[in-house]
Design a binder for this molecule. Structure first.
Ligand code: DGY
Length: 313
């Protein structure tokens, strides 16, 4: 398979990059100039694209690769891939479901605990050397808080299961009510936000879920409510979120993702009612390795004529 051209459009873990390089003819295109250069010379020999949650295959790239057969994403989210265009052209698409569910759900719970118990702020306080006996302000109890989940897919359900372990009542919003769930269903995000203490975004990013967290939802969550986002930055209208946090109209936010990563609104840096992470939901050695093995397994299966491991399209 060493002669098969694979275009890597995002920086991935060294293990994946090295294995791709060993097995295929690998072209790297991490930015626009590199992409233009690779395409000008090798477009017709590239049969696969590997991307991640930052870069995938949009309509322009798909059109520029006449021999493209498969797009394999080193992520579960595929919002960077033009799925309709792939379907139209018979291009296969794979992602990395299941192997990262635990990690992302664990991190969501970690964000809830960090935010309500102000773990990061306490850590900064101790490091500042200013700790005096009895000096620190009280925090907020997490156990028993009502957790509202947007999207009761694999990750949403894993978050719910964990939160139940903290005696948290669970409620959720999704496009349709799940027949096999006993959690309380709300048919709108505003209703969900009005009836929970902690609102978690755990749905895929689509045209319908873009800015699903808007002014109305933030107001419904209110000054005692907390927002957790382990989905995609573009689920949240940051132009509404930032002033709400600054003005205390929202209790706090735990954010693993941002609208324009790696740019984070600077106004958030001075706030103690936020926990900010650099999109590390799936970022453990174990999980990223398992994700890499799925990418490799899917490509190998495709080019050997075997069934794909995790086909989406
Ligand atoms: C995913 O898999 O979509 C995650 O966001 C990557 O960390």
């Amino acid at each position: 398979m060493r002669s098969i051209g694979v275009l890597l459009v995002a920086q991935v873990i060294p293990y994946l990059e090295q294995e791709l390089d060993k097995r295929y003819k690998l072209f790297r295109a991490y930015d626009q100039p590199q992409t233009a250069q690779v395409l000008s010379q090798h477009a017709s020999s590239i049969r696969a694209v590997v991307g991640n949650s930052n870069a995938g295959a949009d309509a322009e790239l798909i059109e520029a690769l006449p021999k493209l057969e498969i797009v394999s994403s080193f992520s579960v989210g595929v919002d960077r891939i033009d799925l309709d265009r792939c379907k139209e052209k018979g291009i296969r698409v794979t992602n990395t479901p299941d192997v990262l569910t635990d990690e992302v759900a664990d991190l969501a719970i970690g964000l809830m605990l960090a935010l309500l118990r102000r773990i990061c702020e306490c850590d900064r306080y101790v490091r500042s050397g200013k700790w005096k006996k009895g000096d620190y302000k009280l925090t907020t109890k997490f156990s028993g808080k009502t957790v509202g989940i947007i999207g009761l897919g694999r990750i949403g359900q894993a978050i719910a299961k964990r939160a139940e372990g903290f005696n948290c009542p669970i409620c959720y919003y999704s496009r349709t009510q799940k027949r096999d769930s006993n959690y309380k269903y709300y048919p709108s995000v505003v209703e969900l936000a009005s009836n929970c203490d902690i609102l978690v975004v755990a749905c895929p990013l689509t045209e319908e879920t873009h800015h699903i967290i808007n002014r109305e939802v933030i107001n419904a969550l209110g000054p005692k409510g907390y927002l957790i986002n382990i989905g995609r930055g573009k689920h949240v209208d940051e132009a509404e979120l930032v002033p709400a946090l600054l003005e205390g109209r929202l209790g706090g936010a735990g954010l693993d993702v941002f609208e324009n990563e790696p740019t984070v609104p600077e106004e958030l840096f001075g706030l103690e009612n936020v926990v900010l992470l650099p999109h590390v939901g799936s970022g453990t050695i174990e999980t990223r390795t398992a994700m890499a093995d799925l990418v490799l397994g899917n490509l190998d299966a495709h080019f050997l004529g075997n069934p794909l491991l995790t086909p989406l399209v």
